[in-house]
Design a protein around this ligand. Structure first.
Ligand SMILES: [Zn+2]
Length: 260
């Protein structure tokens, strides 16, 4: 998506950089500027400055500098457009919509997101229920802490073959969109949940929205790991499990692992 210079300027003008940076860094006023500990390099004395007059930040320690958009890009590891969109939302500015995606397509994506969200909550509840005991026991065996289970939103799909389907139907979702979600197999003799008897890992995009799932089978079933198929939301070549969390880490390295 391309945004014109005037809309970019409007977002800049309606964003107060002191307000924005202040959400992430503890700032103290000194003369006409504000100072705090630089979020981009480790330091004990404040050499990171924000100028309300010029609406820029500058670090005397590491030299990082820029405007509000640049700050968000650096801090949250966002692209220019992503940072712009986030700041626009924060400032209540409506950005011009992308023309080429038609409304029906947009609605469908929105509905799939909603199904994924409901499914994730359903799986979480199952893990905490009587049925989820086997899943929790497996987590304990793999030494996953309760904190990790909660943090990553792990869930459980029970042994029934259509409990998620029945649940989604009870929420009023139509077969047409359920089919697009990739969570169900539509067969001649009925509709079945793709995930059953598995520990469930929700896969989220950078905005913490659930776009797919991975499931580890309980016991020796095959396949050991099952993933959602690609859907209108889930592009496997563009997503990494837990990237939404690691993006916010202030560490200057990543450890890339196979599996979940
Ligand atoms: Zn710095």
């Amino acid at each position: 998506m391309y945004y014109g210079e005037d809309i970019v300027e409007e977002v800049r003008q309606k964003t107060d950089i002191v307000d924005l940076v202040g959400q992430y860094v503890h700032l103290k006023k000194k003369g006409s500027s504000y100072f705090g500990l630089c979020p981009f390099h480790g330091e004990k004395t404040a050499s990171f400055s924000v100028s309300p007059g010029k609406q820029i930040f500058y670090c005397f320690g590491c030299g990082k500098a820029g405007d509000s958009i640049r700050f968000l890009m650096e801090y949250e590891n966002l692209s220019f457009v992503e940072a712009l969109e986030e700041l626009a939302e924060r400032a209540n500015i409506t950005l011009p919509k992308e023309e080429k995606r038609d409304k029906g397509e947009e609605d469908l994506r929105y509905k799939i997101l909603e199904i994924n969200k409901q499914a994730a909550l359903f799986y979480v509840k199952q893990l905490r229920s009587e049925k989820g005991k086997q899943g929790l026991a497996y987590c304990a065996k793999r030494k996953l802490s309760g904190e990790s289970i909660t943090h990553f939103g792990l869930g459980y799909a029970g042994k029934e073959r259509d409990s998620l389907y029945q649940y989604c139907k009870s929420l009023g979702f139509k077969d047409r969109v359920l089919q697009e979600s990739g969570l169900f197999s539509f067969k001649e003799n009925g509709v079945y949940d793709k995930f059953f008897n598995r520990l469930i890992f929700p896969i989220m995009d950078l905005h913490n929205r659930v776009i797919g799932f991975g499931g580890r089978v309980m016991g020796d079933g095959e396949p050991k790991y099952l993933n959602s198929p690609e859907t209108k939301l889930f592009d496997k070549s563009r997503n990494l499990f837990a990237l939404n969390f690691s993006r916010k880490s202030r560490a200057n390295y990543f450890i890339l692992c196979e599996g979940y």
